[in-house]
Design a protein around this ligand. Structure first.
Ligand SMILES: Nc1nc2c(ncn2[C@@H]2O[C@H](COP(=O)(O)OP(=O)(O)OP(=O)(O)O)[C@@H](O)[C@H]2O)c(=O)[nH]1
Length: 389
């Protein structure tokens, strides 16, 4: 079992920022990095898909930004995280003028924090130079309850946090928020719960206060969390909780949670298009895709090159919610092509690409795109959130 003693005073604090897909991690991070408390922070961004976009949208020195893409720091690119931290430490040692005195790791929305904590706490080489300061979990006020009920990894993210941040409160009504707050309190009674509107939150409310304090010799946090959900009449871990196979009393962090969470029918793919698109047709396609496959579109985001626009349109969708797109005055990097990233459950890349190309090139007069997408017509209601404008 890893020993959890106070970290040496001269080790560098590491904050892990996690939260389910689209729950507002990057939005919060962007706001935090504007504050003096995080001026000397190296940021490690982990993206599930092969194409990363978040790093392009963050206004942070590229010298202090590392992208780990195409895998998850809790499993497939865990070794990359170790190597990245070792490189950061070597740079800090060689170049004191670099001035980095804090590391912030934004995980993918599908990451289980337990193995990440284990990496940070059990690797002796890393422990000599870094200590875990905070585990911050964002929870989306609109999708939070459904996400906690459907995705065991979201329970882990909430249960292990020592700060919870409720996002998108501007989009959720008071009863929805009250019910979610009650659930979060039950899942994790000790973590202060903060609210961030469009990421706005004082860094002092999240950081400081000494190192992260794990609960030792308790049942797995997610198992306990699942039990709490069941007690509320929600589907908790039940038979569907595939995360933990150990018994009460084992140390969460001491065994490998390298489980099948990413294999349960969830896939990621990206599309790149060379030619700028007509916005109205792109929007029609997005509406169709969302209407027919919304519940299975766990997350999509992208930079869209639009005909006649100097900068890209940024699009975001989270389950049934399409966030209002916004236009950037200029492209953030050298690549000016449309890039779309999808994380889906059972929506085939070929169908998404076929319908996108068909609808954006020729205004479809037949039902072909709808037929192609309506593999399992969800007959779910359309988006309840704000429509793309
Ligand atoms: N209305 C509203 N939208 C928000 C808020 N916070 C975040 N968003 C929007 O939610 C969408 C997803 O936010 P991100 O910060 O990219 O979420 P994320 O957790 O980093 O997403 P992934 O890591 O890609 O899964 C974006 O369109 C944000 O603008 C909020 O408080 N209110």
């Amino acid at each position: 079992m890893a020993e959890f003693t106070s970290p040496p005073a001269d080790t560098c604090p590491v904050t892990v920022l996690t939260g389910f897909l689209g729950s507002g991690k990057t939005t919060l991070l962007a706001q935090l990095l504007r504050q003096p408390a995080l001026a000397r922070t190296a940021v490690v961004i982990n993206e599930f898909g092969a194409v990363g976009l978040d790093h392009e949208l963050l206004d942070h020195s590229q010298d202090e930004l590392v992208l780990l893409s195409n895998g998850c720091v809790c499993c497939t690119v865990r070794g990359d995280l170790q190597a990245t931290l070792q490189r950061l430490q070597a740079r800090r040692a060689q170049d004191p003028a670099w001035g980095v005195d804090r590391v912030l790791i934004e995980t993918t929305g599908l990451a289980n924090p337990a193995p990440i904590l284990h990496t940070l706490m059990a690797d002796e080489g890393l422990r000599a130079h870094f200590h875990l300061e905070r585990l911050i979990t964002t929870v989306d006020a609109v999708n939070g309850a459904a996400t906690l009920a459907a995705h065991p990894v979201a329970l882990e993210q909430v249960a292990l946090a020592d700060r919870l941040v409720l996002t998108k409160t501007d989009l959720a009504d008071a009863p929805t928020q009250a019910a979610l707050r009650a659930t979060l309190r039950q899942l994790n009674p000790r973590a202060p719960l903060r609210v961030a509107r469009h990421g706005a939150l004082a860094a002092e409310l999240l950081l400081g206060d000494g190192p992260w304090q794990p609960r030792l010799n308790t049942p797995c946090a997610a198992c306990a969390a699942g039990d709490a959900l069941e007690a509320q009449g929600e589907p908790g871990r039940g038979g569907a909780h595939a995360v933990c196979t150990h018994g009460p009393g084992e140390d969460d962090a001491a065994h490998d949670h390298d489980h099948a969470v990413h294999d349960s029918g969830i896939q990621s793919f990206s599309l790149t298009l060379d030619e700028p698109l007509p916005w109205d047709r792109f929007q029609s396609w997005l509406d169709l895709l969302q209407r027919l496959r919304g519940p299975d579109l766990l997350r999509f985001k992208g930079l869209v090159a639009v005909q006649g626009q100097p900068g890209p349109v940024v699009v975001h969708g989270v389950q049934h919610l399409i966030h209002p797109p916004h236009t950037l005055p200029a492209w953030p990097g050298a690549d000016h092509r449309t890039r779309l990233v999808f994380i889906t459950r059972g929506v085939a890349r070929e169908d998404v690409e076929f319908t996108l190309r068909l609808l954006t090139r020729h205004r479809a007069r037949s039902a072909a795109p709808a037929e192609r997408l309506a593999i399992s017509d969800s007959s779910e209601p359309g988006p309840t959130g704000p429509q793309a404008s």
